[in-house]
Write a protein that binds this ligand. Sequence first.
Ligand SMILES: C[S@@+](CC[C@H](N)C(=O)[O-])C[C@H]1O[C@@H](n2cnc3c(N)ncnc32)[C@H](O)[C@@H]1O
Length: 363
Amino acid sequence: MPNRDHHEKPFDDGTLIKLELFEKYMESWIPVWIHRRGIFQIFDFFAGPGYGKNGAPGSPIRILTKIGNYADTMIKNGVKAVVYLNEFKHSKLTRLIDNCSEFMKKNVKTAKVVNVVYTSEDKDALFDRHQDSLRQFPSLVMLDQNGIDYISPDYLHKLSSLQRVDTLIFVPSSYFTRFGMTPEFGNRIDIDVEALREDSPSNVHRNLIDQLNNLIPANSRLTLYPFTIKKSPNIYGIVFAATHPLAVEKFLDISWKLNTLNGEANFDIDNEVGRPDTDLFGSPLSKRKLFEQQLEEFLRSEEESTNLKVYHFCLKFGHPKRHANEFLRKLKIDGKISYTGSQPTVKLVKTKSEIKQIKWTGP
Ligand SMILES: C[S@@+](CC[C@H](N)C(=O)[O-])C[C@H]1O[C@@H](n2cnc3c(N)ncnc32)[C@H](O)[C@@H]1O
């Protein structure tokens, strides 16, 4: 598998969107933990030197910047962050330490709330070494690997047993169609390469995620979600892995803001632009319209549903709850459903009293 050095040229658009997605996820993840006294952790196992060749911040500097934005609240609430930065290449590790130390000198408040732990280990040793702390503290894990190791069934099984760990894994997905038959790939992951090759190259990342979801133990709550990144001529992608619905909700909110058309790629993955918004002429519906059609069918078949059931329906189909709330309001105006109160409030309800009944009243 090709292994060019990521830091020998400026970050390209695909790399920048990967970093933006990670950054946006931190923006919504960190605030969850700053109001609870204690520790949260961010792991960057493939950290790089801190900056790209053109001076753009890499993942480690983005982590420190994002945590620093909450330094005042963290100091007030007695919250600390531990950031684990691992870089295998010693020349890069030295630059990483220099760059982060320089950053901390300039950002004194950040230095007060963050403890950075630097390591230079091979990827294989890392996950197991951190198992205990991954179980103990809420953690966000960034696996910006060059290869495919962290999507192997072995790691997916390990991730599926962790409760408060959200993970973003970068995968060079189109390499599966090129090298998937080689022992280097085949010995590590049992993927149906032929099935990947039969579909359009643009779909390789989401098809890969579908196959990986089938490798997760049935009793696990871990689910994987794709975000495809096109860097011509190759297709890469982020795999988002989490067990908690609120984590998935955050990821979907972000991915649908990054791409309002399909919420799962940095391009028009389903060729939706310019397509009519009805299926009158046999053309496929837009992703949003298709979801609405499926949701309407779901409510009709259920006859009596709830805001919580609709919430889980959204996550299953990869849509933010906002899409369901907007559509439910329209269905009510059209006289097809009724619910108590003025809003459908599709959300992860915490108490029974928050559950709203949704009744099908249409034909
Ligand atoms: C895609 S880059 C990560 C980029 C980084 N997230 C950033 O924003 O700059 C992957 C990094 O993994 C490092 N690496 C290579 N082989 C490794 C191994 N066996 N174990 C851990 N890290 C490795 C590379 O030196 C490289 O810096």
